[in-house]
Design a protein around this ligand. Structure first.
Ligand code: UDP
Ligand code: MG
Length: 357
């Protein structure tokens, strides 16, 4: 698919950088994470806040987070009432973020925080989404690597054509992109797909994914499958369309067999008595039923799109569009003023933007 061209306007440092980290049962990792982050924070030339979201941990994570918030005001802590799952915990953190640039990362140091410096450089070039792309994965089982590999390929083939491969949720987004994401309040969330959906200039920084610093994965097979299922069904009506396809197939087989039996009959060839009519009626019937379910599915798919209540479109730039519109109460003078202002104003000089990709 052809890539959309974007204009890249160079930016200043964000006035505030937010780092959002969902944390679930990471008692062992927490001290390591805090040390790494505290070392890193001094290297930024902009102010930084870290938002740690405790996703209803069942170990002593919350105690550590509370103690941290007491001694270092750069760390803000959200303690969720129970375990809501990674994607929701991340959303809670993103909602609380106040920064102009926002980074989402995992707590287990599989997302090396130092990469944020590189992401910020791309942000200043004008990119709105800078995702971290894994080139290698250390210390993960062959099974995990295989399933992850297959997941991204299948998703790209069937559901999310633009989903960047081998990219998790570790990424930096600009304020305008986050504002767009925040408008999407769907319950079954697949954040990386939502970011892709939003568009905006996006780019990758490559990194080699280290293994978990301590503790165990919080994504067992059960959660992984659920996640993959959400990724597929909350973005695509494809599964609903399957019954339409199967119905059409059954119906065609029935129709073809009818034709075949009639031709044999006309030619005076032997037709097993009763067999053709049985086969034909079964195929046609199931075809009709499956297709009706498919049609129902089409309506369900539309309802599903409607209830998601996503914004219809997102605007990334506006040129000469910032003046107020003419409301019904506009007086003749304001109309005249607007007309002169439109005609008289020379365009304000802006720095020449670069073009992606
Ligand atoms: N996590 C969470 N809630 C959950 C499961 C995981 O907030 O219900 C967090 C976890 O603490 C970590 C991140 O999500 O910061 C990713 O989890 P993990 O590293 O276990 O996943 P993996 O890297 O193995 O896919
Ligand atoms: Mg991990």
């Amino acid at each position: 698919m052809a890539t959309t061209y974007h204009l890249l306007f160079p930016r200043a440092e964000p006035r505030l950088l937010s780092i959002v980290v969902p944390v679930y049962n990471e008692e062992e990792v927490l001290p390591l994470l805090i040390r790494r982050l505290q070392e890193l924070l001094g290297k930024f030339s902009c102010p930084v806040e870290v938002i740690l979201v405790n996703d209803g941990s069942t170990d002593r994570t919350v105690v550590g987070l509370h103690a941290l918030a007491q001694q270092d005001r750069r760390f803000r802590v959200l303690n969720l009432a129970r375990n809501f799952g990674h994607q929701i915990a991340a959303t809670a953190g993103l909602d609380a973020a106040r920064g102009e640039a926002i980074v989402l990362m995992d707590a287990d140091l599989q997302d090396p925080p130092e990469l944020i410096l590189e992401m910020l450089a791309r942000y200043r070039e004008g990119y709105d989404v800078v995702y971290a792309q894994r080139t290698t994965r250390e210390g993960e089982s062959a099974f995990k690597r295989l399933t992850a590999w297959a997941f991204y390929r299948l998703m790209r083939a069937w559901v999310h054509r633009d989903l960047p491969p081998d990219v998790g949720d570790y990424r930096l987004v600009s304020r305008r992109c986050l504002d767009a994401l925040n408008q999407m309040r769907e319950v079954h969330r697949f954040l990386r797909g939502m970011v892709t959906w939003a568009g905006f200039p996006q780019t990758a920084v490559p990194f080699s994914r280290p293994k978990r610093a301590a503790g165990e994965t919080k994504y067992p097979l059960r959660k992984m499958l659920k996640f993959a299922w959400t990724a597929a069904v909350s973005f695509s009506p494809l599964p609903l369309r399957l019954s339409m396809a199967m119905g059409a197939l059954a119906f065609s087989i029935g129709a073809a067999y009818t034709l075949y039996a009639l031709v044999r009959l006309a030619l005076g060839l032997y037709v097993v008595p009763g067999w053709a009519s049985l086969l034909v009626s079964t195929c046609l019937q199931s075809g009709v039923i499956l297709m009706s379910i498919g049609i129902l599915g089409e309506y369900v798919a539309r309802i599903f799109e409607e209830v998601k209540g996503r914004p219809l479109y997102l605007v990334s730039d506006r040129f000469n569009c910032d003046s107020a519109n003419l409301s019904a109460e506009s007086t003749a003078t304001s109309l005249a003023e607007l007309a002169t202002s439109v005609n008289a104003h020379a365009p304000a000089p802006v720095a020449e933007p670069k073009l992606t990709p």
